[in-house]
Design a protein around this ligand. Structure first.
Ligand SMILES: *[C@@H]1O[C@H](CO)[C@@H](O)[C@H](O)[C@H]1NC(C)=O
Ligand SMILES: *[C@@H]1O[C@H](CO)[C@@H](O)[C@H](O)[C@H]1NC(C)=O
Ligand SMILES: *[C@@H]1O[C@H](CO)[C@@H](O)[C@H](O)[C@H]1NC(C)=O
Ligand SMILES: *[C@@H]1O[C@H](CO)[C@@H](O)[C@H](O)[C@H]1NC(C)=O
Ligand SMILES: *[C@@H]1O[C@H](CO)[C@@H](O)[C@H](O)[C@H]1NC(C)=O
Ligand SMILES: *[C@@H]1O[C@H](CO)[C@@H](O)[C@H](O)[C@H]1NC(C)=O
Ligand SMILES: *[C@@H]1O[C@H](CO)[C@@H](O)[C@H](O)[C@H]1NC(C)=O
Ligand SMILES: *[C@@H]1O[C@H](CO)[C@@H](O)[C@H](O)[C@H]1NC(C)=O
Ligand SMILES: *[C@@H]1O[C@H](CO)[C@@H](O)[C@H](O)[C@H]1NC(C)=O
Ligand SMILES: *[C@@H]1O[C@H](CO)[C@@H](O)[C@H](O)[C@H]1NC(C)=O
Ligand SMILES: *[C@@H]1O[C@H](CO)[C@@H](O)[C@H](O)[C@H]1NC(C)=O
Ligand SMILES: *[C@@H]1O[C@H](CO)[C@@H](O)[C@H](O)[C@H]1NC(C)=O
Length: 649
């Protein structure tokens, strides 16, 4: 930090050598510097009087007058407040302090009003508070104050800036509604007011902004309809109003043409209703379309042949989109004719139809994501998907009515990272070619009718999630764990016909967070090595034939929140250390086993609704709600070195 004293010396020193204007500039710059408390890159070291201020880092002077015209210190890690002295840099046309850590208020409107040459005022990505300044030079072309904490309403006076081209106020705390006079800003090209707290309607005057190509108002609380004039913005490339409360229809095909130069339309998460107009799916410039989370009805237009630049199509959570009849709601897929398509997301839309018809003629060599989960899609998974979509990274078809096998060709999708086919009626064996999908992170095949052995997955070195619950798989558990990568986080193996025991090697799965092997035909004792799975949060062994006691190593599972050992043949005492897991353990089910001896009374055992011990007939003591018999008092002498006395009441 620069002390007052050294500032004053420098000022005195320089007084004698400068004339009025350039002296004021130097004084203003030094005042600016004096408000900077941290300068980790030491960029302001050069700001000393042994160097002319026109040579100071980030300062640019006009050639003729030696007056400061530009101050550019963006992304320098500076912390401090903005000195009002900048209002004296009267030749300034550009100030850019973006991506720093400036705090406090932006100098008052009166101060900034003196900067009558100012064209660019850029303070984005700092921590400024207070209200938006409003009294700028009529020459202002770019106002960038996004990513701060500015509050208050959008000042009407800003609407007088006839030369303003860029208005970037994204990510502040602005409230209130947008002024009608916004339409006066006739030079505007870019409006970014997203992620604020704006409410009310979008003013109809917006249609007057003939040069506007980017309009982003997403993540506010804007309501009512879109002004009809918005469809007059023929230069618009991007329209984003996601996450608001707009209630409207899209214009019908006959009423008007739909923004002819649009490249991105983002209207997800509003209250749009009515049909999806064909004219929208006919804009040849369109690259990204996000209509999800709205109330549209009817079918998806299947005339997309014109959208040859389409990259992203999102229709998810438009939950009345399907005809929910026999019609092929997926026909739109085969109408897409874009070689640059990357993402198709149409999950939870009630779409019916079959994949093998809809994907017969397609060829999306760049497609990375196909998500059609939560629909009513029936029929088989055609091999074509795996041949014609070679670049798939994400394939989500879960929660549909798919039948048949998974084709061996699935092994051709070298880039696949997520495969979710759960909750269908798929059957047969899980193809061994699964083991070719070396980048797979998530494999979810739960709740189908897969049978037989679990194929080798030892090549799936990145696998984090193995979801096989609810099938008819009958390998031994030793085999499953023996050929699975140790980096696994989630092992869902419940409700199958797995046999064998929990292998000692389970201790090698040190990142395991959740393991569910409930309702199988498993037996044997729990290996002590399970205590090495230090990340375990949820463990269910319910509904098997496990026996023996709870191993002492369980005491190291300090993150355990859920433990279900019910409906097995476990025996022995309930270990005391379970009471010490109280900071994490929220659910403990020991019912229908053969546990015996005294109940612990501390930790989770204080709360009768958090644990269950039903169907263990040899327990005694515990909290009174359990109404167990008191434990017999055993004399130590008689029994020699009995380790724990039973009485714990
Ligand atoms: C200030 O301007 C005067 C004349 O315009 C010039 O002689 C003098 O060197 C300048 N001083 C500085 C510090 O720029
Ligand atoms: C002033 O800045 C120049 C340039 O960074 C540097 O070389 C010089 O040492 C500095 N002088 C003082 C007194 O800090
Ligand atoms: C410069 O600005 C400051 C603060 O806004 C003010 O106090 C000072 O009088 C102005 N004039 C000069 C010549 O520094
Ligand atoms: C705007 O700036 C001008 C010029 O400095 C000044 O005269 C006027 O008082 C300012 N208005 C407001 C509202 O600050
Ligand atoms: C502000 O930060 C975001 C990332 O947090 C970045 O995308 C954006 O380009 C930055 N804006 C400016 C003007 O530097
Ligand atoms: C901005 O708004 C958020 C959310 O309402 C609030 O938590 C925060 O305190 C506000 N910050 C300022 C500076 O007003
Ligand atoms: C916007 O334009 C209208 C009509 O020309 C005018 O009456 C109004 O004062 C202008 N608003 C601003 C803030 O300049
Ligand atoms: C759209 O522009 C045309 C021609 O400029 C004009 O006649 C029409 O009224 C405008 N429509 C809306 C809704 O603003
Ligand atoms: C699609 O656009 C073409 C011109 O590119 C036009 O002839 C056709 O009528 C449009 N179809 C629809 C349904 O809007
Ligand atoms: C698909 O697009 C190509 C150009 O990329 C074009 O040649 C072909 O005619 C189009 N096919 C259909 C059915 O529209
Ligand atoms: C597959 O996608 C990647 C990006 O994920 C891209 O770089 C590559 O070109 C694509 N490959 C093919 C064959 O399209
Ligand atoms: C496992 O299931 C398959 C297919 O249902 C069956 O053919 C096989 O006999 C079963 N193996 C065992 C050991 O039960």
């Amino acid at each position: 930090m620069l002390s007052c004293w050294s500032t004053m010396t420098m000022i005195t020193f320089s007084l004698s050598t400068t004339s009025a204007g350039n002296h004021t500039d130097q004084l203003a710059l030094l005042a600016f510097k004096s408000q900077i408390s941290q300068d980790p890159l030491q960029v302001l070291n050069s700001w000393n009087t042994s160097l002319h201020f026109c040579q100071w880092h980030g300062v640019t002077c006009g050639r003729r007058h030696q007056r400061v015209v530009m101050l550019d210190l963006q992304s320098h890690g500076l912390t401090g407040s903005l000195s009002p002295y900048i209002g004296n840099l009267s030749f300034l046309h550009t100030i850019d302090l973006g991506n720093n850590n400036f705090r406090g208020e932006i100098p008052s409107s009166e101060v900034l009003g003196h900067l009558f040459r100012l064209r660019v005022f850029a303070l984005s990505n700092n921590s400024f508070t207070g209200e938006l300044p409003s009294n700028f030079s009529r020459n202002l072309e770019s106002l960038s104050l996004g990513g701060n904490k500015l509050s208050g309403t959008f000042p009407k006076q800003l609407c007088a800036l006839q030369k303003l081209k860029i208005l970037y106020l994204w990510g502040n705390n602005l409230t209130g509604s947008l002024p009608y006079d916004l339409g006066n800003l006739s030079s505007l090209q870019l409006i970014s007011l997203g992620r604020n707290f704006l409410e009310g309607g979008i003013p109809d005057s917006i249609g007057q902004l003939k040069s506007l190509y980017f309009l982003s108002l997403g993540e506010n609380m804007l309501s009512s309809k879109l002004p009809p004039s918005i469809y007059n913005l023929s230069s618009l490339w991007t329209l984003s109003i996601t996450m608001n409360q707009i209630v409207d229809r899209l214009p019908s095909d006959t009423s008007r043409t739909f923004l002819p130069n649009l490249r991105g339309l983002f209207i997800a998460d509003n209250h749009f209703f009515g049909p999806l107009p064909s004219s929208l799916f006919n804009i040849s410039t369109l690259e990204m379309l996000d209509l999800g989370k709205n109330g549209f009805t009817g079918k998806v237009p299947d005339n997309m042949g014109n959208m040859q630049k389409l990259q992203v199509l999102v229709l998810s959570e438009i939950n009345q989109l399907g005809s929910s009849g026999h019609a092929d709601d997926l026909k739109f897929l085969s109408s897409i004719n874009s070689t640059v398509l990357r993402i198709i997301r149409a999950s939870d839309c009630q779409l019916s139809g079959t994949l093998h018809k809809s994907l017969a003629n397609i060829s999306f060599t760049q497609l990375e994501e196909l998500s059609l989960s939560g629909n009513q899609i029936s029929g088989i998974i055609p091999s074509e998907i795996f041949i014609k979509l070679p670049n798939l990274t994400i394939l989500r078809l879960n929660d549909n009515f798919l039948t048949g096998n998974i084709p061996q060709d699935i092994g051709k999708l070298n880039n696949l990272q997520a495969l979710t086919l759960g909750n269908n009626n798929l059957s047969g064996r899980i193809p061994s070619s699964i083991n070719n999908l070396a980048r797979l992170l998530h494999l979810k095949l739960n709740n189908n009718n897969f049978e037989g052995v679990v194929p080798n997955t030892s090549n799936l070195q990145s696998l984090l999630e193995l979801g096989l619950s609810g099938n008819k798989l009958n390998t031994t558990l030793e085999q499953v764990f023996g050929q699975t990568t140790h980096g696994l986080l989630y092992a869902y193996l419940a409700d199958n016909s797995f046999t064998g025991s929990l292998p000692v090697e389970v201790g090698n799965f040190e990142y395991l967070v959740r393991m569910d092997v409930s309702n199988n035909y498993l037996e044997g004792e729990i290996p002590n090595t399970l205590g090495k799975c230090l990340s375990l949060e949820r463990l269910s062994l319910m509904g098997n034939s496990f026996r023996g006691s709870i191993p002492p190593s369980f005491s190291s599972l300090q993150g355990l929140t859920f433990l279900d050992l019910s409906q097995n043949n476990f025996s022995g005492e309930i270990p005391m250390f379970l009471q010490n897991l109280s900071s994490s353990l929220q659910y403990l089910n020991l019912s229908f086993n053969n546990f015996e001896g005294a109940m612990p009374t501390q930790g989770i055992f204080q709360n009768a609704s958090a644990f269950s011990i039903l169907g263990n007939n040899k327990l005694c003591g515990g909290i009174s709600e359990l109404q167990l018999p008191a434990c017999p008092i055993i004399k130590q002498k008689r029994f020699g070195n009995i380790k724990s006395l039973w009485v714990r009441r």
